[in-house]
Design a protein around this ligand. Structure first.
Ligand SMILES: *Cc1c(COP(=O)(O)O)cnc(C)c1O
Length: 405
């Protein structure tokens, strides 16, 4: 496949480049001290990821601990509602802890272990990344500090309890608005002091190099499995692949398996309540180029050029940017990024639950909702959706705010 002279045959060898760029996006915009820490991680990763011991250990963990490979399910009854298109879901909801995030957390923690680090540090907003990382820390016997704003701690009591039960230290961040942004700052500050003995674990294909690349590589298991399974099930490739995009890790994992195939790829961003700034979190659709949190990408900015306030019904999607590789694939036109609003998302949440017996995460429901629309447009063929996680965490919220539909 050729898009604007980008040859996808050697894509993973060429992107990112040595400095961590996907075209003009990516890079490593941090203080010199943190740059040294990122360089150490990059070097360790490039050495370790070629080691057969590391690879076979990660494979064993995925099989024996995470329960991989996760299956693909054919959505027969839901497909029946959209005419002749057949819908399939890759079941990351069946990955241990109920979402795809553990795929990169286990990789990051295994790397930490190989590097001789004693502690994992991260921030969390809704608590999903914190829980996945606390799980990995428990598995490997590492300490774990999760920075979280006091506002989020109050809102996300079950995830705070999970992290504590798993043995993580939840560090309350009280300054400013006391939500995700402050937690990111506090976690980076702590890491700058502790980087000799600790490693920072980013929760998506975001942040300074090497994280967008590393998290993609760890998530690529989703796309590799899915491609093989889909061919096995149907004898051919899907016509389209769809995934929701917050930071973009589940999408990058899935897409990476199909970039070099004649398959249409769609990244779905949250339109929330509408197109006004502050009502959505569709950064690739409405944003512009800019640097934040250590990397250059496409982002939503306020009038001062700072990260804009964003909204989505899905707490895992409300981030004012997306990973640099998505910005690159967006500009190339290899992936089409589009939006879906809250209302269609909640309808899809109930449709998948009622017709298929699968309660999806609200994040994943965005991908399902978009696939339903796309199916009506396509009229025939097949769509493979990345079901990034299960919806147990969202049930109370949905019933309280939307009732039973
Ligand atoms: C965190 C999360 C997302 C969004 O993160 P990406 O990095 O964009 O994948 C999507 N789905 C679920 C279930 C999540 O927990």
């Amino acid at each position: 496949m050729n898009f604007n002279n980008t040859n996808f045959d050697n894509y993973f060898k060429n992107y990112p480049d040595e400095k961590g760029y996907f075209g003009k996006y990516g890079g490593c915009y941090v203080t010199p001290e943190l740059k040294a820490a990122m360089d150490e991680i990059t070097e360790a990763y490039f050495t370790i990821c070629k080691s057969s011991k590391f690879i076979s250990e990660l494979r064993r963990i995925r099989r024996d601990f995470q329960g991989r490979p996760t299956p693909i399910s054919h959505l027969e009854r839901l497909s029946g509602t959209v005419g002749n298109v057949q819908l399939y879901v890759k079941r990351e909801d069946l990955n241990h802890t109920g979402a795809h995030k553990l795929n990169h957390c286990m990789g990051e923690a295994l790397l930490a272990k190989y590097m001789g680090k004693k502690k994992l540090i991260a921030e969390t907003g809704a608590g999903q990344h914190g829980v996945a990382l606390a799980t990995a820390a428990a598995y490997f016997g590492l300490e774990c500090d999760i920075y979280m704003g006091s506002v989020d701690i109050k809102k996300q009591a079950p995830n705070v309890a999970r992290m504590k039960i798993l043995g993580a230290n939840v560090v309350e961040v009280t300054h400013g608005l006391a939500t995700l942004k402050e937690a990111v700052d506090a976690a980076f500050e702590a890491y700058a002091k502790e980087y000799k003995t600790a490693i920072y674990c980013i929760g998506s294909v975001l942040g300074p190099h090497p994280f967008p690349m590393m998290v993609r590589d760890f998530q690529s298991v989703v796309g590799i499995e899915a491609r093989e399974q889909f061919i096995d099930m149907t004898g051919e490739l899907p016509d389209a692949v769809v995934a929701c995009v917050g930071g973009g890790s589940n999408a990058m994992g899935m897409f990476s398996g199909f970039l070099n195939d004649p398959v249409d790829i769609y990244g779905v961003e949250p339109l929330g309540r509408g197109t006004a700034l502050g009502d959505h979190a569709a950064s690739l659709t409405f944003g512009t180029e800019g640097i934040m949190h250590g990397f250059n990408s496409i982002m939503l900015k306020d009038e001062n050029g700072e990260p804009a306030p964003v909204y989505s019904v899905a707490s895992g999607l409300d981030y004012p940017s997306s990973g640099p590789e998505h910005a690159f694939l967006h500009d190339l036109g290899r992936v089409k990024y589009d939006v879906i609003g809250d209302d269609d998302t909640i309808d899809a949440f109930f449709a998948l639950s009622r017709l298929e017996g699968i309660i999806p995460a609200i994040e994943s429901s965005h991908a399902v909702a978009y696939a339903l629309k796309l199916a009506k447009k396509m009229g025939k063929g097949s769509i493979l959706i990345c079901l990034s996680g299960r919806g147990d965490k969202d049930m109370d919220y949905v019933i309280e705010n939307f009732g039973i539909r």
